[in-house]
Design a protein around this ligand. Structure first.
Ligand SMILES: [Zn+2]
Length: 423
């Protein structure tokens, strides 16, 4: 029998381990990234067998592949906990219309926005969607992202939603990155149900949700609770039905207006409440009481040209396990770069670089139930890590828009090597 492959990452200047107890980081603890200087990581098969000071590293018997980090920074692979990565077409025309002064809501009211992507996604074949999505996953890898959550929600009828979830399942089987699937049937009201949002929610609750759950097509269900999408009452009805069918819950809330969305997410038992730009103190308290993790998406605020960012400082100080994600989608957040999101979080959310890194690694793993395996560099964990082209971990947030990932290891194998030589 062949011995498991062994790989050593040597000459690490700063190893960001995020090592510690198995619970999402809150408050001052988000500041502690478990930094080790002059470190080595040893990997056998897909698992980490040693991570710590180079001076204490045990000898590795047999033939060992080596990656020389050259004194650079190594972090856990980034985890993007909120993406809409599968869709047809793009929204470049709307991008220009927004520059000329139309708002996101005005464009949506004129048939643009989510509905224009819906049309492109309904018309695309499985293969076309898969090819586009694979290209995007490769881009995410180059940004250091080794695991992602992907939502449906651009089909908005049973056939097209199932097509999206099928594509996500294929991506999960074929890609190197770890993937979670979320059914976002309640993303917006489809044109067939104009003015009949309640009837659409009825259909989802009574017919589509049970089928999605029975077919094990998704791990989570998600809803967009907002003016022009679904009311708090409709969102609650959908989420509770999804929960009754065994799906775990996530929710888009308080993005463009205050609707009590954080309180709603807490009352329904969501794993995460996402966006939260308009969430105030009472919402934060509700999330805390119900152990809901906030997923903050500053790139969507930036890309929409808005100025109201979520109050991350109040959330961290209250003791919430804050997560940052891209919200990658063709309309309001066309970026796959978590380093860019981290940079925005530092500048606009007043998060420190250490807090931002915690929010895209360990805390992100927790909100997807992956923290036993992913999110930190510790013995027995899956070897997902990134060698970055910098000597100080704070550079990841300091430089804006640069591609820092030099070598990305996923499951103990080199999945991307900027200098070539990857698998
Ligand atoms: Zn979203």
């Amino acid at each position: 029998m062949l011995a498991a492959m062994t790989l050593a990452i040597v000459n690490i200047g700063e190893l960001v381990t995020l090592a510690g107890p198995e619970h999402y980081r809150t408050g001052a603890w988000m500041q502690d990234v478990g930094l080790v200087h002059n470190a080595t990581v040893q990997i056998k098969g897909s698992r980490i067998i040693y991570a710590g000071p180079a001076a204490d590293a045990p000898d590795m018997p047999g033939e060992v592949d080596e990656v020389d980090a050259g004194g650079r920074v190594v972090t856990p692979g980034f985890i993007d906990a909120h993406t809409h990565l599968v869709f047809g077409g793009n929204r470049i025309d709307e991008f220009e219309r927004r520059i000329r002064g139309e708002s996101y809501e005005e464009i949506a009211a004129r048939g643009g926005g989510i509905r224009s992507t819906m049309t492109a996604t309904r018309e695309a074949t499985d293969m076309e969607l898969l090819t586009l999505a694979q290209r995007r996953l490769a881009l995410a890898m180059r940004c250091g992202t080794t695991a992602l959550e992907i939502k449906s929600g651009y089909g908005l009828n049973e056939r097209a939603e199932k097509k999206m979830l099928r594509v996500i399942a294929w991506l999960r089987d074929a890609s190197k990155q770890r993937i979670a699937a979320t059914y976002l049937g309640a993303h917006t009201v489809p044109p067939e149900f104009d003015g009949k949002a309640d009837a659409y929610i009825d259909l989802l609750c009574q017919d589509t949700l049970p089928k999605i759950a029975r077919g094990k097509l998704a791990d989570y269900a998600d809803v967009f609770c907002e003016r022009g999408a679904f009311s708090p009452a409709q969102a609650t009805r959908y989420l509770l039905a999804a929960k009754a069918h065994g799906l775990r819950l996530r929710a888009h809330v308080d993005q463009l207006s205050r609707s009590g969305g954080a309180e709603l997410a807490a009352a329904c038992g969501c794993f995460t409440a996402d966006h939260l730009e308009y969430t105030e103190e009472s919402g934060i308290e509700s999330l805390l009481r119900a152990n809901v993790q906030p997923v903050l998406l500053p790139a969507s605020v930036h890309a929409l040209g808005k100025t109201r960012y979520p109050n991350a400082r109040a959330m961290i100080e209250a003791g919430l396990g804050v997560v940052l994600a891209t919200d990658f989608n063709p309309g309001s957040s066309p970026t796959l770069s978590l380093p860019f999101v981290m940079s925005l979080a530092c500048t606009h959310l007043k998060m420190t670089p250490a807090e931002a890194i915690t929010a895209v690694t360990y805390n992100a793993a927790c909100c997807l139930g992956w923290h036993n395996e992913l999110g930190s560099i510790e013995e027995d964990k899956r070897a997902d890590l990134v060698v970055h082209d910098c000597a100080d971990y704070r550079e990841l947030c300091y430089y804006i828009g640069s591609e820092t990932a030099r070598v990305v290891v996923v499951g103990g194998r080199i999945a991307y090597n900027r200098d070539g030589g990857g698998e």
